[in-house]
Design a binder for this molecule. Structure first.
Ligand code: PXP
Length: 247
């Protein structure tokens, strides 16, 4: 069984489009509420809830993260930049897992994997702090051998292989080559004792191929589920995704 991490960032994106300036005290008038969405998503079968607390706070806010921490019944996976500020926040929050991602102010969404080779010392400091606190760290990396081997050396228990390049190439001749990179990446990460997750750009169509990757533990999916939920509601969108994930 491959698990589903439901990324709810884009629910907060819709809220912020209208209510960016509203104080938190506006309460129920501030819609849509990502926490309410998370609870419905869990009820429909999501195995965990993922949020990215970005430095620019463009979608998820700190208050959302604390409310999720108090109310969800599954696991909270906090995506964050590898900075001392976010490390301190995660140590206070104590989520089940932290997923370290690169952050670039200009990007619409996360664009590439974290370069754990080029940022070894910074990543090591964060992984060490999380390991000491009993929080599992996942490193969001491109499926390259060098990145995977470095991730294992850093002592993080999990990697999340970046499926964005594959998703982008899905309707092009490069798809097979990108899929092969992911396949080899999964095998190598597993050989090194890492738990293998994957995410970014996965949808109801490319999922049928992605789910055949070896050793997959969990997929983190956001945009396509939130998009479908506009038409079907979140529970149906999650149920349909899960049915295709583990047919
Ligand atoms: N995994 C990571 C590390 C991400 O940063 C994101 C969102 O950018 C996702 C998964 C989910 O991607 P998507 O919204 O394309 O499903």
């Amino acid at each position: 069984m491959i698990l589903l991490g439901l990324n709810i960032d884009h629910c907060a994106t819709v809220r912020q489009a209208r209510y960016r300036e509203e104080p938190a005290t506006t309460g129920g008038a501030v819609e849509p509420d990502p926490v309410a969405l998370a609870l419905l998503g869990e009820r429909a079968g999501a195995d965990g809830i993922t949020v990215h607390l970005r430095e620019d706070r463009r979608h998820i806010q700190e208050r959302d993260v604390w409310r999720l921490r108090e109310s969800i019944a599954t696991r909270l996976n906090l995506e964050m930049a590898c900075t001392p500020e976010m490390t301190a926040f995660a140590l206070k929050l104590q989520p089940a897992t932290v997923c370290l991602v690169p952050e670039n102010r200009q990007e619409v969404s996360t664009e590439g994997g974290l370069d754990v080779v080029g940022n070894r010392a910074r990543v090591q400091a964060c992984v060490d702090a999380m390991n000491a606190a009993g929080i599992k760290t996942s490193l969001f990396i491109d499926p390259s051998e060098a990145q995977i081997e470095q991730a294992a050396q850093l002592g993080a228990p999990l990697v999340e292989l970046h499926t964005g390049a594959y998703a982008h190439a899905y309707h092009t001749p490069r798809r097979a080559a990108e899929f092969q990179l992911l396949r080899l990446g999964c095998v190598r990460a597993h050989e090194l004792g890492l738990t293998v997750n994957a995410g970014h750009g996965i949808n109801y169509v490319n999922l049928t191929e992605v789910r055949t990757l070896p050793h997959l533990h969990e997929l983190n999916i956001g945009h396509s589920i939130i998009s479908r939920a506009l038409f079907t509601g979140i529970e149906e969108a999650v149920r349909e995704l899960k049915a295709r994930l583990n047919p």
